[in-house]
Write a protein that binds this ligand. Sequence first.
Ligand code: GLU
Length: 481
Amino acid sequence: MDAPRVRIAPSPTGFFHVGSARTALFNWLFARRHGGTFVVRIEDTDAERNREEWVEVIVAALDWLGLPPDEPPVRQSQFAAAHEAAATRLYESGALYGCDCARDAIDARLKGTSQTGYDGYCRDRGLERGHGVALRFRVPDQGETIVHDVIRGDVAFQNASIEDFVAVRSNGAALFALSNLVDDRAMGITHVVRGEEHLANTPKQLLLAAALDAAEGAKTAAPVFAHVPLLVNEQRQKISKRRDPVAVELYRDRGFLAAAMLNFLGLLGWSPGGDDEMVDLNTMIERFALEDVNHSPAFFDVAKLTHLNGAYIRALDTEAFIEACRPWVAPREGEWCPADQAPPWAPERFDPEVFAAVAPLVQERVATLGEVPSMVDFFFLEEPAIDGAAFDKAIANQPESIAILHDVHSALEDCAFDAETLHRTLVEVGERHALALRKAQAPVRLAVTGRAVGPPLFESMALLGRDTVRRRLAAAIAAAG
Ligand code: GLU
């Protein structure tokens, strides 16, 4: 095949939808696989729902995912003159006709009939184009329009079931079916790979394209279409901003790795074959084929994504893990950091060496980077933030726990302070109280770290040092008494 030219055409909405990210990935993989070009066109012509910073959101999300376009993004508004020229040509050729029907008037005429949509009232009125007059497309009454879709095969639409749709609003603005088509033609797009929700628009665009060809007296090659399957939630509903976490930025802020996200998105509706759960980008490029994309809805399983992310985190080498954690634990001025997630400690209390020492232990225990601060906060806070309910249950209401804390506090006065000795000491104290280590260490963990779970206790205590550990033990005894 000649080098393809593909695009995504997101509308700026203030966030980048994971469905758009999956579409971007499939387009990108296809372009990479066939030595083509991947471009981005921002559909920015809905002036009310469009802000400059929303364009940045799209660019930043693609950048984070590692799917930068091969050319600078273009905007639909750049093509306004081409939309107008196409509208004029179609109007002059008779493919579009003027219509000034108000929706109420159409509804009144259709009342009591089985017809829906538009009733063709203005088809032969010969209304002049002008303010207050929309332009509708004269859809043939008979025949069918067939969408040749790489994923779905041929999908036939009866022309009689397609209403005479509005292509140009009464204020002169081209609507989606027309503007999107004109842009794709102007940009030389060879393959339109987009969401299934646009399948019903495609016959309208094919009709418009044929009419444009006729009006121009020249044929522009139609792009190949591929409508990728919907993403649905556990209830099999299309995922939406209202009920599901759909913003790519949200996952970035929670500490998902771009590589895990891409791996997960790539397998939504497509499979590279084999049983491997972890599939890297190169493998995806080598194996990607639009023909192999599934047409049934794909389950956007956040639990699966989270699990996969944990596997990607564990696969990092320690240095890379430490670096990846930085925005969450030691954000730098002027650099990206996750929204609303400043670390709970004062920046000067963060100790990179302590963090580096504990990092391998933490790396094994988190599924997202956003979980890291709460696992290590007790190293960098003056006093750990103690979970009150857990404290009452495990210490204040347990005389035995208080006795253990006393014993440990004394035993740690002058013993060696390494993980092994601390372990042995806790075993001995437990034995004195006829308690297994697991039970004996629970109140100690709570007193020292503030939590019932966390990184391995003895390594953590050794890192904290004798003074801090004993001070926290004494504070817990005092608080319980
Ligand atoms: N703005 C449309 C969307 O975001 C573009 C559809 C297309 O790719 O043609 O769904």
